[in-house]
Design a binder for this molecule. Structure first.
Ligand code: HEM
Length: 407
């Protein structure tokens, strides 16, 4: 089978199951059973293949014949009649290595991998604990209901990634607001471009300052160690990639993670009372919730067979990470949140050369924050019925606009 022209293509299923806010859209389960490599229509109108099985997803993510570089920018956002806007959208930011292929990807990623080693994370842990403690105090002092997202889940990872990069947390550009606009597939194109440009301009200022006076932080160290072999514009791309990916993802994993634990109080007990299981328990929670709806769009550089389907050179492919992580052929009883499971492979952090470089940081933040929240507020509960929780559905990562809590 190969690509056919179809006018009745289904849109990418972004929703979760109405019966369970953590389960992938039931349509994804149907596709996984009946048509595991299927054609879909992206928000921007173009077509792509959607891969829904665990084994096929791993194959695509690890296969160098799928390029992250060749994919035109903006194919997932609605098209614009305005030629200027369409051109503005296409301007790539050097350094954004998630959009690169080896060897360029390898060169850029190597500049930052040493910043996220287990050893580096051990040194960072006291700072993470202090930031978590400070925001637990903020929550304890706030009038009820307390919005976990505003009081804790967003500020904690934001402060930590700012400290790692060497960005001042006060008085900088509104990177969290710009990120929200930029990662929402429904953002009007002019707003999206404005937010992206504001993020670039803000980071450009930071990079210029660090060129003059590199501090003891990630960007400062890259400047000192790489000198002129890395350009200012590449530093802007690297800085913003880490800033954007480094605060939103963990923030929404914290929010949805807490919600999932409130849904499953027996599992919250495991995380609170069995510290020896903490690492694998957090990993199971990350699999169960799988916040990224999909991996980055990739383009086949030659004909490649995935499952029973021959993808043609030039065609685009999207991997549904929630579907792959809930594939019963990849994991036993995937719809059960079982924090006592032995450690196992999943795809919530991706796979292959683009596997999330921030995984050790996300794991550290979740490992410190979640048990601390459960111990500090053991009677914590959702202050609104579950069906009134405002889920954030149209962003590239699933999340929450707010999570009102009381105790
Ligand atoms: C890549 C998920 C936290 C930085 C990725 C990818 C996924 C992912 C699925 C691969 C995308 C693809 O191949 O198409 C997550 C999740 C997180 C998280 C679920 C939290 C629970 C972080 C943090 C950072 C970060 C804290 C900050 C350092 C990155 C970067 C890439 C990436 C820079 C691109 C890697 C590359 O292209 O080589 N992440 N991430 N992520 N993530 Fe994360």
């Amino acid at each position: 089978m190969s690509a056919q022209v179809q006018d009745d293509l289904a849109p990418l299923p972004y929703r979760r199951d109405p019966a369970c806010p953590f389960a992938p859209d039931p349509e994804l389960a149907r596709l996984r059973r009946e048509e595991p490599v299927s054609r879909i229509r992206l928000t921007g109108g173009s077509e792509a293949w959607l891969v829904t099985r665990f084994a096929d997803a791993r194959q695509v993510l690890a296969d160098p014949r799928f390029s992250s570089r060749l994919t035109p920018i903006g194919v997932v956002v609605p098209p614009s009649q305005d030629q200027g806007l369409s051109e503005a959208l296409q301007s790539r930011q050097p350094g954004t290595f998630i959009e690169e292929d080896p060897p360029e990807h390898t060169r850029l990623r190597a500049l930052v991998t040493r910043e996220f080693t287990t050893r580096r994370m051990r040194r960072l842990q006291p700072y993470v604990e202090a930031v978590v403690e400070e925001h637990l105090e903020v929550m304890a002092a706030a009038p009820h209901p307390v919005d976990l997202m505003a009081a804790f889940a967003l500020p904690v990872p934001s402060r930590i990634i700012c400290a790692i990069l060497g960005l001042p947390t006060e008085g900088t550009y509104d990177f969290a607001g710009h990120t929200r606009v930029m990662t929402d597939v429904m953002s009007p194109l002019p707003e999206l471009i404005e937010a992206r440009d504001a993020l670039r301009a803000g980071m450009r200022e930071v990079v210029r300052g660090k060129r003059r006076n590199p501090g003891d932080d990630l960007l400062g160290r890259v400047i000192r160690e790489s000198g002129d072999s890395v350009t200012d514009e590449e530093l802007v791309g690297i800085g913003n990639l880490l800033l954007v990916a480094g605060h939103e993802t963990t923030a929404h994993m914290l929010g949805l993670g807490v919600l999932a634990l409130l849904h499953h109080p027996d599992q919250a007990d495991v995380l609170r009372d069995r510290p020896e299981l903490c690492d694998s328990a957090i990993d199971e929670l990350v699999r169960y919730v799988t916040i990224p709806h999909h991996g980055e769009l990739r383009t086949a550089t030659e004909d490649v067979r995935v499952g029973d389907v021959l993808l043609r050179a030039g065609e685009q492919v999207l991997v549904s990470l929630p579907s792959a992580n809930w594939d019963p052929e990849g994991i036993e009883a995937p719809d059960t949140l079982d924090l006592t499971r032995p450690p196992r492979t999943h795809l919530a952090y991706g796979h292959g050369v683009h596997h999330c470089v921030g995984t050790p940081l996300a794991q550290l933040e979740l490992r410190v924050a979640l048990p601390a929240l459960l111990r500090r507020f053991p009677d914590m509960r959702c202050a609104v019925p579950y069906d009134e929780v405002p889920f954030r559905r149209s962003n590239v990562t699933y999340g929450l606009h707010a999570l009102p809590l009381t105790w």
